[in-house]
Design a protein around this ligand. Structure first.
Ligand SMILES: Cc1cc2nc3c(=O)[nH]c(=O)nc-3n(C[C@H](O)[C@H](O)[C@H](O)COP(=O)(O)OP(=O)(O)OC[C@H]3O[C@@H](n4cnc5c(N)ncnc54)[C@H](O)[C@@H]3O)c2cc1C
Length: 405
């Protein structure tokens, strides 16, 4: 591709796909842009699906990111309700048999909610607006809910259900909820948050399967126990939406492999962004796939500028939040690279109140990540220190100074 492309084709009309189109226009691109999306809805925001939409506080109109009219005004041609089924050089084949040709293709197909073997129709997952509205209707009618998986989405569903007066049981395979992101120490705080919020939480349990329970849902555990409820949500993470790329010959083991500019390895003129994309980390050199709202937008900016040959933006640090049981949990940085967790603020790690607790994740002497429970004003102050991989002494000095204010 010499110079700027004539036509940018974005596959996946979620947050990352939408932001890519917006960033192309704000960087001055005047060529054609097409946006293909499997869902019939205009691009919408997913975080409220397990929060305000589920509690009934927000109606779906409120989560629209950009209406079809506004996309039209932006000069983005939409193909919604259509799935891309094959990728060939410079070409995407759609589920209706048509093909679209383009000299720059951006893959933004997100993830699909993972399900369990033998999962009955009465057990649902939560990824889309349609899923959220169906679950909301269910929550209005039931007295008890089984949540399988205590990660962030499972915990938010549990929180919304408890707020609606539903008795909630959470079954989690790991020893603590959200253990992959928070690690064992802070995961134990997430467990406290859940139980203090009224959830019947069982960790370290292994499911053997679903039982026949008529209109209800029942599961059996390896330890012989069974649990039954009026309804069930399976929240065990997502699988990258890559099945349609099987013929491209690229390694799709953990999403779409990309360099630090989002260029897909082995496919010229193709970029990937958002939950589906496994980017090289410009700082640490490994490959990482973030299922984070802010990463989708940050990557879209990088890709749009790379497509247009503009200078890359300043690097950003990964950030994730989760709202559950009246607290905001926040995580800045790469906790997966740390070997030690040190308390910075609050008393949650010594059995005191969770609110106001902040911890630093260190690899040796360097700060890799910071997490907080109901401590937004502190957490934000550590962003530059995480970005710089600050030394422990500097971090502890900052913590002392902030605590004394
Ligand atoms: C319930 C829920 C709550 C969340 N809460 C938080 C939160 O609190 N904080 C946070 O940081 N992150 C949160 N996230 C994660 C955040 O929403 C995602 O990181 C973000 O939506 C990723 O955007 P994306 O565009 O990569 O993927 P998506 O938003 O999933 O968009 C991908 C789109 O591509 C479409 N698609 C898939 N395959 C094809 C195909 N072959 N052809 C055409 N279209 C296709 C899909 O239908 C989908 O519409 C949450 C996610 C969910 C589901």
């Amino acid at each position: 591709m010499a110079g700027q492309p004539e036509h940018v084709l974005v596959v996946g009309a979620g947050l990352a796909g939408l932001r890519t189109t917006e960033q192309l226009r704000s960087a001055g691109y005047q060529g054609r842009i097409s946006l293909v999306g499997a869902e019939i809805h205009a691009p919408y925001d997913r975080p409220p699906l397990s929060k305000q939409v589920l509690t009934g506080d927000w109606e779906p109109e409120r989560i629209v990111l950009r209406s079809l009219e506004a996309l039209d005004e932006l000069g983005v041609r939409t193909y919604l309700g259509l799935r891309a089924v094959a990728l060939r050089p410079g070409e995407i084949e759609l589920s209706d048999g048509a093909s679209l040709h383009s000299d720059a293709i951006v893959l933004a197909t997100g993830v699909v909610a993972r399900t369990l073997p033998g999962q009955p129709a009465a057990a649902c997952t939560l990824r889309t607006l349609d899923d959220a509205l169906a679950l909301r209707t269910t929550l209005e009618k039931i007295g008890s809910l089984l949540v399988i998986g205590g990660g962030f989405i499972g915990a938010e569903v549990a929180s919304a259900a408890v707020a609606r007066g539903v008795a909630v049981t959470v079954l989690e395979a790991m020893d603590v909820p959200s253990g992959r992101a928070l690690g064992p120490v802070l995961g134990a705080l997430a467990a406290r948050l859940m139980t203090e919020g009224g959830v019947d939480l069982h960790t370290g349990v292994r499911l053997t399967g679903f039982l026949d329970a008529g209109e209800r849902v029942a599961v059996a555990l390896e330890d012989g126990r069974t649990f039954e409820a009026d309804a069930c949500v399976v929240g065990i993470g997502g699988t990258p939406h890559v099945d349609w790329l099987a013929d491209t010959g690229i390694d799709l083991g953990n999403g779409i492999p990309c360099d630090a500019s989002g260029r897909v390895h082995g496919l010229d003129g193709v970029w990937a962004v958002g939950d589906v994309a496994c980017w090289e980390d410009a700082v640490y050199g490994d490959r990482h796939r973030h299922e984070h709202w802010t990463s989708a937008g940050d990557q879209a900016t990088v890709v749009a500028r790379d497509i247009l040959g503009a200078d890359p933006p300043q690097p950003t640090v990964p950030y994730f939040w989760s709202d559950q049981f009246g607290l905001k949990i926040q995580l800045i940085g790469r906790s997966d690279l740390a070997d030690d967790v040190t308390a910075l603020h609050g008393e949650g790690m010594t059995g005191g109140p969770l609110r106001g607790t902040v911890a630093g994740f260190f690899a040796g002497d360097r700060l890799m990540a910071v997490a907080g429970f109901g401590a937004a004003r502190f957490v934000a102050r550590y962003r530059p220190l995480v970005a710089a991989g600050a030394e422990r002494a500097t971090v502890l000095e900052t913590a002392a100074a902030l605590s004394n204010r």
